[in-house]
Design a protein around this ligand. Sequence first.
Ligand code: CP
Length: 307
Amino acid sequence: MKFEGRHILSTKQFDKSALIALFEKAGEMEEQIKEGKSDILSGKILASLFFEPSTRTRFSFEAAMQRLRGGVVSNADMMNTSSLTKLETLYDTGKVVSQIADVIVMRHPEAGSVAKLAEGSDVPVINAGDGPSEHPTQGLLDLYTIWKNYGKIDGLTIGLVGDLKNSRVLHSNSDLLKHFDVKFVLVSPEELCLPEEIENDLKESGCEFVKTDDLLGSVGDMDVLNCNRLQVERFKNSEDAEKYRGSFQVNNEILKAAKKDMIVLCPLPRMEEILKEVDDDPRAKYFQQVENGVAVRMALLAKVLGV
Ligand code: CP
């Protein structure tokens, strides 16, 4: 896969060799962070366009650009303070911002919206989450965290736990993990299981999976437990979501039943699905994930900008 000059809109663009190349580059970027010397993006500008709230993704993209001595123009409230309020189209916004910046990062609550802006853009656009659809860079940093901790991904059993229906992060995860020889344990209430088309995609890729709503009974099989919160904002009304609250939770009882070297991932933010008591367990890697996200985004920015 060629990265230079390309929009990064979907995990479907990646194959196994592109993933490994990106992870190796992210490893180099971790060294750059320690040494603090790299200026490879000096003179380049990132436009950071967020139409939906974010802490990790926005800060880590902006930090990644600045770590490599690039500049950032940022709007965290595009929905209310950009010229879209004057009915400018996403296509025109992409065209305009690409005359100002060298690369664009965008988050938006509607599926397909980032692709619409990318159609107008003359510079690479990176999808930082488009509604319930995809969150490719979170998927990339999740896999990087697995790769870094185990030195491999092949041969592992991956638990995807939580609101599998609505979690764009877990959709992006399953789409990337299917390039490896992994088994899945899919843990959710029946009504929140993985969408049928994603299950079919896993079947076609030859991935084995089991479905269950019993986290305690299945955690012992997992090498990775990737847990995501109830996506309340994706339900038609929040009362519908409330009946599932507390139906999956990682706590010390779950850890007791898990392998000694299992790792716990979570894209965060968390609500009640991972108790704070888990934070001190060496298997909890969700804060390491945040750190890894900067290195992965540094690598991706460097690659799409061709440096
Ligand atoms: N994990 C993640 O996407 O977090 P933010 O919504 O804070 O960016």
